[in-house]
Design a protein around this ligand. Sequence first.
Ligand SMILES: Nc1ncnc2c1ncn2[C@@H]1O[C@H](COP(=O)(O)OP(=O)(O)O)[C@@H](O)[C@H]1O
Ligand SMILES: [Mg+2]
Length: 241
Amino acid sequence: MALIELQDIHKVYETGDVEVRALQDVSLTIDDGDFVAIMGPSGSGKSTLMHLLGCLDRPTHGRYVLDGTDVSELDDNQLAEVRNRKLGFVFQAYNLLPRASAIGNVELPLLYAGRTHDRRERATEALTQVGLEHRIDHLPSQLSGGEQQRLAIARALANGPRIVLGDEPTGNLDSRTGQEIMDLLRELNDEGVTLVLVTHDEYVARHARRIIRLFDGRIEQDERVQNRPDAVGWPGKGDEA
Ligand SMILES: Nc1ncnc2c1ncn2[C@@H]1O[C@H](COP(=O)(O)OP(=O)(O)O)[C@@H](O)[C@H]1O
Ligand SMILES: [Mg+2]
């Protein structure tokens, strides 16, 4: 089933008297449960596409249907609600609140969603899902880079989103830790979460099920991944060390 449908999307940025055509003629369907990597050179439109998919911006032209709702028609408040209910975000730089504990960071989106009665329980569940149940009261600065990214993933999962969007989620990590994060994302995908992530790393992209390549704001190639590399397992999974 199509969870995301983009029809003939164009995005034009107007800065002074210069027009930048960041996306042109982009039509794209993403099925429920898929795992898509978006690749392309710098300036090809990857971030613009992620912002549109994430309901953080609107197309200049075209239609975006997300989980049966035409989100091109929604106002800012309605878009914010869609973001909160259906989408989770993971960034290269983690974007955690430095003065809040791990569980405080995960509780925040639940607070925004107005969830009060089981907030702590739900946040603990999300932290357990990413193997951080033993770090609940730690500050982000007391966590390693890989743990900070797992915390950011727990935050993204807090509201039970259908889709998680990532912009270079392994970009700040060494390759071993990056592999652990990809393993975790693969596991979430196996459990049914639809994933879309931008990466410039061919090896990281091969963990996805499908790779879409952008060039000059257009889809240049769209292919299924053959021979995905093996997942090696991430700490906190299987072994209770
Ligand atoms: N807010 C903006 N205002 C004007 N131009 C922008 C803006 N954001 C991106 N662009 C331009 O749109 C094109 C695509 O940018 P972007 O989506 O950031 O590409 P990528 O993420 O692939 O590097 C680039 O030419 C970039 O300079
Ligand atoms: Mg970018």
